[in-house]
Structure formats: structure tokens, C-alpha cells
Write a protein that binds this ligand. Structure first.
Ligand SMILES: [Zn+2]
Length: 447
């Protein structure tokens, strides 16, 4: 019985990957043979020509407050993200002909002046050109709102929904640690913005009214070009969501709508219901649900509460099969565990953040495991993000794309040299990861 199931799965996999994935008599080997460097060089030349669908980024100038729904608290940056990283100089030279060899404060004035001039230019040509230079066809923009300087044909909006989970007095959450003191007031601002957008001067009287407001906002944002709803909720609470009945959430809403500090237990129950409501609505409206699933900014980010396996009961709940989930940043550092969640047909991974948080040698390990397991479920994201008022998202687009192409060509070269896949099959996998797998999730907007 088991063997028949295995044979059936191999037949399906074979049909999907087309002939040539393995040679007829080949058995994969642990030690690569042949010239891995030559295979790498051949693959990289092809990979550099693949137009990219960037599944996750925060495009914008360094002083644009709508670039994210949250701000970065004071933190101890990992090595590669420090301004001492010479790769930023390489990116600045490649993109803008930066004339200096370091990022000293006086040289940063050159960067700031260049950025300010770009920001003053009218129209959308500037950021379109950045995408062109990086080989990106389109980029999903995680932003509070879309600015006039981003071309809506190239930049697709993913809008934030966490704020719907924080409508009450947030004193206890805000004071939990210094990071939350930075994050939660910004979530409150986003909720007020959504309420203004809906013409509400206060929270609706009933819970049914509140859910109707949530739905109206999702529909309105979709009408404005939104293609996905985005959660950063791992920054604020556990990724484990229980399944409380509607009446439990409704009674908590009635109790705290007009004031009073909810107990942590009550707030959690309310949020558990709201999260699942947003997941269901994401399925109904064909808005994929993007969830931050990796280690985050800020020194207080909890790896236990924010660990991606906490989501398993939701991701493997057959009631949500019509909702597409995208696990942003691939659960890092739990990348070995997260790929097995992609066994669910509606669960996808995005590799953003990882390729710039760590160096390509580590990222190659991540990608290789994923390519060897569920290659049809993995997608590229740059996580382009402004580093400072002077360094916008442009340099991180460049760094993310170049790191990913390098790690991808390296991982595939090892797979070819170990007899796991042929070179043509490796290129097919590269197209899937860099473009096709993600683009297929947004058929209405893919170019
Ligand atoms: Zn991000």
C-alpha cells in the first residue's frame, strides 16, 4: 500500500518536473563530482537573465513614514546589516556610481543629497529604473499606503492587517518591553487611519459591526490595488492561535470597546478569533495571507513565541484550504522545519530577509534544502527596506537580488554535480523560485 503511494507520487513529480530531472541510470551522491565552479558559472549567466517577481519588499525613500507599519527600535545589529558592511559601498557604486570607498559621515552627505534629489523628481521613473537595474519585473510593496512615486504596474501593494487585533486599551502590551513601546502606538495609528478611511469616529457599537468594518477595509484596500494582506503579528504576540467561538470574542469586545484594560487572556482570545476571521476573509477575497515568520528586528523579539511551528494548527486546518499562506522570511532560523509546512498545497515560503541577514554561504544551505524538498513552493523576496534617511531601499534591492542569484546558482550547481538534477532541470527550478511560483499566486496581476 505504502509502496504504491510512493510510486504514484514519483509519477506525479516526474510529470511536473518534465523529463530530464535525473538521468536514467544516475543515483544521487553526497560528494559533488565534476567541475562545480564551471557549472555554477554557466548557471549564474542564465539566472542573471531571469526576470524576477519579488514577493516581499518595503520600497521607498529613507524618510517616507509609510514604508512600514512599524519602526525599528534600538537594537544590536547582526554583522552584515551594520553600516560598516563594505557591500553597501559596492551596491552604491553599482547603482549610482558612488565615488567613495567607505560610508564615513562626510561621504554619507553625498548619499543623502543624491537621495533627496531623486525624491524631488516627479513621476515614477526613478524606482522603475531601480527595478530595471536589478532585473526585477515587479515587486510586492509592503506599505501602509502606496505613494505617487511608485508605479502601480510594477509595485503591487500588500497592506497591513495587524492593527485590527489591537482596538482596545493597549497599556499592558505597550509596556511589555521597550520594543513594544515603539511598535504598538504605530499599530494604533494604522487602525485610526483605517477607521478614518471607513468614516468611523469611534469603534462600532457591536462586534458584528466591528467585523463588518474589517471586511469593508479589506475590500476597499483590494479595490485600491491591494493583492495581499500582511501580518507582522509575531512581533507582538505568539503565532499560536486558538480557535475560540464567536460569542467569546463578542463578549470581550462588548466589555472593552468603550474602555478598560483587557487581561492578557481576554486580549489573546479576542485576537485569536480576529486572526482566524482575517484568514477566512483572505480565502474568500483571494487575498493571500502573508505572515512574518522569522526572527525579527529588535533585541526583544521572541524566538519561542514567534517560532513558525506555532502556526501549524492553522496552516494544517482543512477549513482554510482556500486561503493561500505565504510564510515570509522562511521561518528563519527554523528553515529546516518550515519547508515541511509547505507540504500543504496552499502554503508557500518566501526567502526574503534571509539572503541579506546572513551571508550567501549560509543562504545557499537554506535554498538547497528547500530546492531538494518542495521546489515548487518557494519564492524569492528581496525585503528591500530603507536603512536610514540617506540609504533608501534601492541598495537593499541590489544586495538581496545579487545575494540570492549567487546562492541559487551555488545550490543548483552542487545539486547538478551530485547527480540530483540535470542542468536544464536546475534552470527550471531557478525560474520557479525567482518568478513563476510567486507570479502564479496573483494571476490577475502577473505580467
Ligand atoms: Zn519585510
Amino acid at each position: 500500500m505504502l509502496r504504491r503511494a510512493v510510486i504514484a507520487r514519483w509519477a506525479v513529480a516526474g510529470a511536473l518536473l518534465a523529463a530530464g530531472t535525473r538521468t536514467a541510470s544516475a543515483q544521487a551522491r553526497a560528494l559533488p563530482s565534476g567541475d562545480v565552479h564551471a557549472i555554477y558559472a554557466r548557471l549564474l549567466r542564465q539566472i542573471e537573465r531571469i526576470p524576477i517577481f519579488d514577493h516581499h519588499a518595503h520600497p521607498g525613500f529613507g524618510d517616507d513614514g509609510d514604508v512600514d507599519a512599524q519602526a525599528t527600535p534600538p537594537e544590536h545589529l547582526p554583522l552584515r546589516e551594520r553600516e560598516s558592511n563594505p557591500e553597501f559601498v559596492v551596491a552604491l557604486k553599482a547603482l549610482f556610481g558612488y565615488p567613495y570607498a567607505d560610508l564615513s559621515p562626510s561621504h554619507m552627505q553625498w548619499v543623502a543629497a543624491r537621495s533627496a534629489a531623486a525624491e524631488r523628481a516627479p513621476g515614477t521613473a526613478y524606482f522603475d529604473r531601480i527595478l530595471d537595474k536589478c532585473g526585477i519585473e515587479s515587486s510586492v510593496a509592503n506599505r501602509v499606503a502606496m505613494p505617487a512615486y511608485l508605479d502601480p504596474k510594477r509595485f503591487r501593494w500588500a497592506f497591513f492587517v495587524d492593527s485590527f487585533l489591537f482596538p482596545f486599551d493597549n497599556t499592558l502590551v505597550t509596556t511589555a518591553n521597550p520594543d513594544e513601546g515603539v511598535y504598538i502606538p504605530l499599530q494604533e495609528k494604522v487602525l485610526h487611519r483605517y477607521m478614518q478611511q471607513a468614516g468611523l469616529s469611534g469603534l462600532p457599537d457591536t462586534f458584528e459591526g466591528y467585523l463588518a468594518f474589517v471586511t469593508r477595509t479589506l475590500e476597499e484596500n483590494q479595490r485600491r490595488g491591494g493583492i495581499a494582506e500582511k501580518f507582522e503579528i509575531a512581533y507582538f504576540r505568539s503565532l499560536h492561535f486558538e480557535d475560540p467561538p464567536l460569542e467569546a470574542a463578542a463578549s470581550i469586545y462588548r466589555r472593552y470597546r468603550a474602555g478598560g484594560i483587557p487581561s492578557p487572556e481576554d486580549y489573546t482570545t479576542f485576537q485569536d478569533y480576529l486572526f482566524r476571521y482575517l484568514v477566512r476573509e483572505g480565502g474568500r477575497l483571494h487575498l493571500p495571507v502573508h505572515i512574518h515568520s522569522a526572527v525579527g528586528e529588535g533585541d526583544y523579539f521572541s524566538l519561542v513565541r514567534g517560532g513558525v511551528l506555532n502556526l501549524e494548527n492553522v496552516l494544517k486546518d482543512p477549513r482554510y484550504l482556500t486561503t493561500t499562506f505565504v510564510l515570509l522570511h522562511g521561518g528563519y532560523p527554523f528553515f529546516r522545519e518550515v519547508i515541511w509546512l509547505a507540504a500543504m498545497k496552499n502554503v508557500y515560503l518566501d526567502s526574503s530577509e534571509i539572503e541579506t541577514l546572513v551571508y550567501p554561504s549560509e543562504f545557499k544551505t537554506v535554498l538547497k534544502l528547500w530546492l531538494e524538498t518542495y521546489p515548487d513552493k518557494i519564492t524569492f523576496g528581496s525585503d528591500a527596506y530603507p536603512y536610514s534617511a540617506a540609504l533608501g531601499s534601492e541598495e537593499s534591492y541590489w544586495l538581496g537580488v545579487h545575494s540570492a542569484r549567487d546562492a541559487l546558482a551555488s545550490a543548483l550547481a552542487e545539486m547538478v554535480a551530485s547527480g540530483e538534477v540535470t542542468e536544464p532541470a536546475a534552470l527550471q527550478l531557478a525560474h520557479g523560485y525567482l518568478h513563476d511560483n510567486a507570479a502564479a499566486l496573483y494571476p490577475a496581476v502577473a505580467q
